[in-house]
Ligand binder design. Structure first.
Ligand code: OOB
Length: 548
């Protein structure tokens, strides 16, 4: 028996969210059908040399849906989707949703270890990849995934499929038969968590809640049917998917342009050619764009809004966005679990540059800032951010331990972020209470990387910490106690690479130590240990640079 995939709010909350018009009963399928009606001839998506109108996108979604059903997939099944920024991302996704099949979104950077974990945990029956991307062979990965997870019965490849099922052949199937309407309170898609403890958790999002966050984001981000959204970050990530992202653009009858890479030499020509009006970046990429823009020959004047989020964008860099790029900065502080904060486009400049915005839903995004004892802190003081609301989940899929840790009894999600609140509800992110590394917006669980390191025959113990980094925001550093003679750092990294994990999880820096600090009473917690090691390294590095 497959485990039920659901996301349930207590009845009184659900009623309130419906009554207040957040949950409308719309589903992804009815939404796309309505947009195809209204904006039929307008271009919905541009990717590579493809340009599809809304009518065509809806037709392609129908074809995809018929194809998935013809393979024997059934409504309610889960499918791992691992696609780069290509037009087919939308036809696959809307096709699955059209057939009431649930996509589980993974990143192109994920490898066998992560994909098999997501496949098992979601009990997926199929896996969709592109043939090759960025020098990596996803068909070979699909072979390994199928060998390891027998429940995955189909691997569907966009492009040259080899011996896999060809997505491009779906058009040969008989047309889609009528599909039953789906309950808008059911799960539409699965996002994955940043993974603050151990392996990433699955985040089921419903039609009601996800579509609310998208619909409510659009006016805050200035999306109109004339907008052109550039998908620069991997669009499977919650930020470029829904804040407002590619789905917001489609929701608004606007245009999505898929960028194969966020690097200036790829993105800038696309901005000029497609007259892009809005895009979203993580801080390190925003820095690259600020550096490249003054020297570019490309006309970037169509750009109206640059969103930056996923990690803290420092005020000094934020101040340069308007003068250098000539557009409005929007800071976005969100999480795949739900809550998204935006600076408003007409906010005073200092709010835009110095804060991470305020919640989408002024009335019903409940935001608590508490000290470690659970008491509210005064305005302006830092505390732990907890939240609940019409698009913040009440639980992860099938993970009682994580749920007990991450949610309070009355349903607040403990974000793990330390923030302060300014008048008007604006939040400033101060740091984090949990032990993950936010490397250029990619969240890395210290524990997960430590577990890999501990499998190394010459490693006795390991602690992984975040170190401030001028460019990445944070980089990862592994402190290692060798078992006998220390291996070379490069060989540890090489060995980690062979663990079939996303490359961003390989430690940036490795420091060998003889022992970890202990206290008089013996062992200290991993959390304290990481904090101590981190502080010591930062101090040593500062001393080397001759700083105080
Ligand atoms: C976004 O989502 P996730 O799930 O990858 O990561 C969420 C975490 C937050 O809890 C926070 O620690 C950090 O990423 N974060 C930021 C931030 N935006 C996210 N920290 C400081 N400043 C920011 N602006 O990263 C995400 C999801 C939707 C929209 C935007 C970002």
């Amino acid at each position: 028996m497959t485990k039920k995939l659901e996301q349930v709010w207590p009845q009184d909350f659900a009623e309130r969210y419906r009554q207040r018009g957040y949950w409308t009963g719309e589903t992804f399928r009815t939404m796309l059908a309505a947009r195809a009606q209204e904006y039929g001839d307008a271009i919905a998506v541009v990717g590579g040399d493809q340009r599809w109108t809304y009518t065509e996108l809806a037709q392609r979604a129908d074809v995809a849906a018929a194809g998935f059903l013809a393979l024997g997939l059934k409504p309610g099944d889960r499918v791992i989707v691992q696609l780069p920024n290509i037009a087919e991302f939308l036809s696959v996704t809307f096709g699955l949703m059209r057939a009431n099949i649930i996509p589980v979104f993974t990143l192109p950077a994920h490898r066998l270890t992560e994909i098999t974990h997501f496949a098992r945990k979601s009990e997926a029956v199929a896996y969709v990849v592109a043939d090759k991307w960025d020098g990596f062979e996803y068909r070979t990965l699909a072979d390994s995934v199928m060998a390891e997870v027998p429940a995955i019965q189909h691997s569907i490849v966009v492009g040259d499929a080899g011996h896999h099922t060809a997505f491009n052949d779906f058009a040969a199937n008989p047309p889609l038969l009528p599909v039953e309407d789906v309950d808008p309170a059911s799960v539409a898609l699965v996002q994955i968590s940043g993974g603050s403890t151990g392996l990433s958790k699955l985040i089921p999002r419903t039609h009601n809640d996800y579509l609310y966050s998208i619909r409510a984001s659009n006016p805050l981000c200035g999306i109109t049917p004339d907008s052109v959204y550039l998908g620069a970050l991997p669009v499977a990530h919650n930020f470029p998917m829904s804040s407002p992202g590619i789905f917001g653009a489609i929701y608004g009858g606007a245009r999505v342009v898929m960028a194969p890479s966020p690097a200036p030499d790829t993105a800038f020509p696309l901005i000029e050619r497609e007259k892009v009006t809005i895009t979203g970046l993580v801080p390190p990429l925003a820095l690259l764009w600020l550096q490249a823009a003054p020297k570019t020959g490309h006309n970037l004047s169509s750009l109206e809004v640059l969103q930056v989020g996923g990690a803290k964008f420092m005020a000094e860099a934020a101040k340069r966005v308007r003068p250098v790029l000539g557009c409005t900065l929007q800071q976005v502080f969100g999480m795949a679990e739900g809550l998204v904060n935006y600076t408003r486009l007409d906010d005073p400049e200092d709010i835009i540059t110095d804060t991470q915005g305020r919640a989408i839903c002024t009335e019903d995004d409940e935001v608590l800032i508490l000290d470690d004892q659970g008491n509210a802190v005064p305005e302006g003081e830092a505390g732990n951010l907890l939240t609940r609301g019409p698009y913040t989940i009440r639980g992860y899929h099938d993970d009682a331990a994580a749920n007990a840790r991450s949610f309070t009894e009355d349903g607040f999600y403990r974000t793990g972020d330390v923030v302060k609140r300014l008048p008007g509800g604006y939040l400033v992110v101060q740091g984090r209470a949990t032990d993950h590394i936010n490397r250029a917006g990619e969240k890395i669980s210290a524990e997960e990387v430590e577990d890999h390191l501990l499998a190394h025959p010459q490693i006795f113990d390991a602690a992984v910490v975040s170190i401030p980094d001028d460019f990445l925001g944070e980089r990862s550093c592994a402190f290692i106690i060798p078992d006998g003679e220390a291996p070379k750092a490069a060989s540890v990294k090489g060995w980690m690479r062979k663990r079939d994990i996303a490359a961003f999880k390989i430690p940036d820096q490795i420091v060998f130590v003889d022992e970890f600090v202990t206290t008089a009473v013996g062992k200290i917690s991993r959390k304290e240990l990481r904090a101590t090691l981190r502080a010591r390294l930062i101090e040593e590095e500062a001393a080397k640079k001759g700083q105080p």
